[in-house]
Design a protein around this ligand. Structure first.
Ligand code: GLU
Length: 478
């Protein structure tokens, strides 16, 4: 199991890692010790074993749902299907959700769930049965509900699983008008929101864009603007890696020189066509034989290629003491949760590599989940009330402009100016603003206390201060 491995004296248990990062950031914040302990602890973990019929026999599955912090409700976080899921991992990922939500001002506590199995080894029917049964267990113990705990996709799960969860929850709690808000990341036709699927990748793009706006910071790290033309290497071609690679290459002019997955990867210093690679991978089931680049044999090669920005978008503990000295990027943009071990992170920082930390950079998913949850509770699509009115005002403005200049506008420009915002435009602008604000807050924290050392510790400090404030204002701690 990846997250319990030890190498070079490193303790790669994610729960311990998150705890150490917390302690480092908390050291000089002036938050009382008892309150720090309360914030750091995982409030509740539900462990369940349940049988599901697989073929002609029953198999027992192990599942967890951890609620790290209930200082805000509901608690929020994905559900992971993977053979590497353990209780420690689920607790650690739930803690990261608490800090992530605080950083981007999403008013939720942190949670995470998982079932220990590889969904690729089961049929769709079987995965449906496993998902529905797990949901029943969560309902039984009050570990799911629009005001209690709201799951979302994570590794090995997606829109389909979320739709099954919503449907099972609804069947078990009939007549609840808000029941769709019991889970996010649903298909758009089932109460989902446009832009949620690509949200984590979008957030990664917006976070990197924001970092590239601060020229003095970039200079300190041996980088320079613009973002355009930068060489990017992406580890992981799932929902997050794919969308980050796609947006950075098609919208920001980056050159994606390498993409890697568990079974190897592709390298092309001239840039990889992400749409073609996705098409090839979806058609053949692998990157092998892709004509648009040469193959990388080992899955870890993608971390070591010559590039400016490295985007680990797969699993935790990918950059460790074992390979950190071979990482050549000047920026590590952590799209995955916990991809860099603390020792490796320190080594990179010492070398002047700029790390955009996971608890900030991959918060796009939960940010748009928040938008989906509020959409479900308000029972109306974003933009429905105002879009037409917005267009009427814009038409008037364009008309006035044409009249005062005496020049009619060309049709394309007119259409662009008149178009009111759709749901996806609102979602993306809300996400972009969120990522910008959060980055600036972390940066200010970092600049005001250089002792923090790096943006990760500064991000933890921002999160701890916000959660501490929320407890204090609740009157729970003096
Ligand atoms: N699983 C995602 C994460 O790790 C999304 C969580 C959510 O939307 O609740 O941030």
């Amino acid at each position: 199991m990846v997250n319990h491995a030890k190498s070079n004296g490193e303790d790669l248990n994610l729960w311990n890692i998150v705890g150490r990062e917390f302690d480092k950031a908390a050291a000089n914040l002036g938050v009382p010790e008892g309150l720090l302990q309360q914030i750091k602890a995982c409030n509740a973990v539900y462990y369940v074993q349940f049988p599901v019929r697989i073929g002609d026999r029953y198999e027992i599955f192990q599942g967890w749902r951890a609620e790290h912090s209930q200082h805000r409700k509901p608690t929020k976080g994905g559900i992971r299907y993977s053979e590497a899921v353990t209780q420690d991992e689920v607790m650690a990922l739930a803690a990261l959700m608490t800090y992530k939500c605080a950083i981007v001002d999403v008013p939720f506590g942190g949670s995470k769930g998982g079932i220990c199995f590889n969904p690729k080894k089961y049929t769709r029917d079987q995965v449906e049965r496993i998902t529905r049964r797990y949901t029943v267990e969560l309902v039984r113990k009050n570990f799911i509900g629009p005001g209690i705990n709201v799951p979302a996709p994570d590794l090995g799960t997606g829109e389909q699983e979320m739709a099954w969860i919503a449907d099972t929850y609804d069947a078990l709690t009939p007549g609840q008008i808000d029941s769709l808000a019991c889970v996010t990341g649903k298909p758009v036709t089932q109460g989902g929101i446009r832009g949620r699927k690509e949200a984590t990748g979008r957030g990664v793009q917006y976070g990197i864009r924001e970092a590239f706006k601060h020229a003095e910071d970039l200079k300190r790290h041996g980088l320079s603007s613009p973002l355009e033309g930068k060489r990017v290497s992406v580890q992981g071609f799932g929902n997050v890696g794919y969308h980050a690679a796609k947006f950075l290459s098609t919208e920001d002019g980056c050159r994606v020189v390498a993409v890697g997955e568990v079974d190897g990867g592709v390298y092309n210093p001239e840039g990889i066509d992400i749409a073609q690679l996705a098409e090839h991978r979806n058609r053949t089931g692998s990157m092998k034989g892709f004509p648009g680049g040469r193959m990388l044999d080992r899955p870890q090669d993608v971390l070591e290629v010559d590039c400016d920005i490295l985007v680990p978008a797969a699993l935790e503990n990918q950059i460790t003491l074992e390979n950190v000295d071979r990482v050549r990027a000047r920026m590590v943009a952590e799209a995955a949760n916990g991809p860099t071990s603390p020792e490796a992170s320190e080594r990179l920082s010492k070398r002047g590599v700029l790390i955009l930390p996971d608890i900030y950079l991959n918060a796009g998913g939960v940010t748009v989940s928040y938008f989906e949850w509020t959409k479900n509770l308000s029972h109306i699509r974003y933009g429905r009330m105002e879009k037409r009115l917005d267009e009427i005002y814009r038409e008037k403005m364009v008309g006035a402009l044409e009249q005062s200049t005496g020049h009619p506008m060309n049709e394309r420009m007119r259409r662009e100016l008149i178009q009111g915002a759709d749901e996806v435009d609102l979602v993306n602008s809300g996400l972009e603003g969120t990522m910008q604000n959060a980055y600036r807050e972390i940066r200010e924290q970092f600049l005001s206390d250089p002792g923090l050392g790096d943006l990760r510790t500064a991000a933890f400090a921002v999160a701890i201060r916000k959660v501490a404030r929320s407890y204090t204002e609740m009157g729970v701690f003096p």
